[in-house]
Write a protein that binds this ligand. Structure first.
Ligand SMILES: Cc1cc2nc3c(=O)[nH]c(=O)nc-3n(C[C@H](O)[C@H](O)[C@H](O)COP(=O)(O)OP(=O)(O)OC[C@H]3O[C@@H](n4cnc5c(N)ncnc54)[C@H](O)[C@@H]3O)c2cc1C
Length: 444
């Protein structure tokens, strides 16, 4: 069989793909693969742009390990702890939580990933006070090459916990994930086109004063599309007489980024024109950046965070020190202007607090995420190479699931706990059963 990822830039020919329906079947699949001398990789939603889940050994798909196992209260904090099968997709998890009056604290901009795939690559959203998904993990069960499961928490097998909650599956197969959820809430979304200079000049306040701030910027224009999401009580969207209408608008029209820019047929058409007639791209970008109108709505948090992406693209995203982001954007702008590169996709800028997850791209520092995208039918190498030079010169750390060319030498210099991660990985998987060329490149 040939396996291909969402972006269609990675494919692999595993000897077989297996879809265990229980932990026992998972254990059998791992043992069988090891006995036959195959390596093992798990694939979640296949939404990584890197060959993270690629293998010529056995590829395990955990779509059937997607049950809700437990919902309990933390004895010390009283917080809700939700244990689910590691293959559960985020849209399923959001539903399971919503039905119980709960929600994820923060999310990225789609919900197609599996919870294990999302945490394993450091998937994040935006917000100066709200870290990536791995920061919300409170326990894991990790299956080793012997098919045995080990429970790891911050206090029990602490090092295995740290290396496994964000480690590309290199320490073993995650079979369950326990997440700390919070009471359900709504988000009030304000989406407005602003002059880029207004955004950059007021950036510190915007990031500090908004629960979830992000913006999109079309290269070579001085316009930005700003998204400011504020957390409000659950039910706000349904609380007034207007509630039903507001919800309907939110559901039907959603954000202009979703419906008008990033995912709809019009944007596909814009990209096709840009592909056929590169000289038209600056005009198209200027029109895209100006054509968008402001929009406000309130809806349950997961409905606001997550959108559909129907226009296929390639993406590179780096975490840079928060203080470096304006300089990084200026350099990207200068490169775009000097080369006239054909890029009909916007740059996305998001924010995160410092965290303590060993391999988190936000480990130990306040972070800005800068993502460059390219329409999948257009060449990306020159653009991404140039962007990567700018990002790495600023001490950037690549998203573990998005395109980059870093190796273990570079990454070891970026992560203080890199040696600890490797020690744990080597102990958990001495024979490299869970390795593939990508993990060998980035971890050594
Ligand atoms: C359209 C789109 C939008 C995106 N938006 C965002 C965003 O807003 N923020 C962000 O940070 N990222 C984003 N991403 C990146 C995406 O979140 C990550 O690449 C994520 O890993 C994808 O999850 P997945 O389930 O598809 O994992 P896969 O790509 O299938 O796998 C990722 C890694 O996890 C490992 N893995 C999966 N399951 C297990 C398991 N049970 N045990 C051990 N290892 C496992 C795999 O082996 C692999 O190494 C986006 C990607 C796309 C295509």
């Amino acid at each position: 069989m040939i396996w291909t990822n969402w972006a269609r830039n990675v494919s692999a020919a595993p000897v077989r793909q297996e879809q265990p329906a229980s932990e026992d079947e998972l254990s059998d699949a791992v043992r069988r693969a090891v006995k036959e001398g195959h390596t093992v990789r798990v694939v979640g939603g296949g939404h990584s742009f890197m060959p993270a889940a690629a293998t010529d050994g056995v590829q395990l798909n955990l779509d059937h390990l997607n049950a809700l196992h437990r919902l309990e209260r933390d004895a010390d904090t009283g917080h809700a702890l939700v244990t689910v099968g590691a293959g559960m997709r985020l849209h399923q998890l959001n539903q399971v939580l919503a039905e119980r009056g709960l929600a994820m604290q923060n999310l990225g901009d789609i919900d197609q990933q599996s919870i294990a795939g999302a945490i394993s690559t450091g998937t994040h959203g935006t917000g100066a006070r709200f870290g990536g998904l791995a920061t919300r993990v409170r326990a894991l069960t990790v299956m080793g090459p012997d098919g045995e499961v080990t429970r790891a928490t911050p206090t029990e097998r602490h090092d295995l916990f740290e290396a496994s909650r964000l480690g590309l599956g290199a320490t073993g197969v995650l079979s369950t994930v326990t997440i700390e959820a919070i009471p359900a809430f709504d988000l009030h979304a304000v989406e407005e086109p602003w002059p880029l200079d207004r955004v950059l000049e007021g950036l510190d306040d915007l990031v500090a004063d908004t629960d979830h701030f992000e913006f999109y910027w079309f290269p070579t224009t001085r316009r930005a599309l700003t998204l400011r999401n504020t957390r409000v009580d659950a039910g706000t969207s349904a609380g007034s007489g207007l509630g039903h209408r507001v919800r309907k608008v939110a559901g039907a029209a959603r954000s202009f980024l979703d419906e008008e820019v990033l995912s709809n047929g019009l944007f596909e058409t814009v990209n096709r024109i840009a592909t056929a007639v590169p000289a038209a791209t600056p005009t198209l970008n200027a029109v895209s950046a100006r054509a968008l109108s402001a929009r406000r709505y309130t809806a349950p948090s997961h409905e606001v965070y997550c959108t559909n992406r129907r226009v296929r693209f390639r993406e590179m995203e780096y975490a840079v020190p928060r203080a470096a982001v304006v300089e990084v954007l200026n350099e990207l702008d200068a490169w775009q202007r000097s080369t006239g590169e054909n890029v009909p996709f916007p740059v996305e800028v998001r924010f995160a607090p410092a965290d303590d997850v060993w391999l988190s791209t936000a480990y130990g520092r306040e972070t800005a995420y800068v993502a460059v995208h390219q329409y999948w039918r257009l060449p990306y190498a020159r653009y991404f190479d140039a962007a990567e030079q700018i990002f790495t010169a600023a001490g950037g750390r690549p998203h573990w699931g998005k395109m980059h060319s870093c190796d273990a030498d570079y990454l070891a210099g970026q992560y203080r706990r890199f040696p600890d991660f490797r020690r744990v990985r080597d102990a958990a998987d001495p024979e490299g059963v869970f390795a593939n060329p990508y993990t060998q490149r980035v971890f050594g």
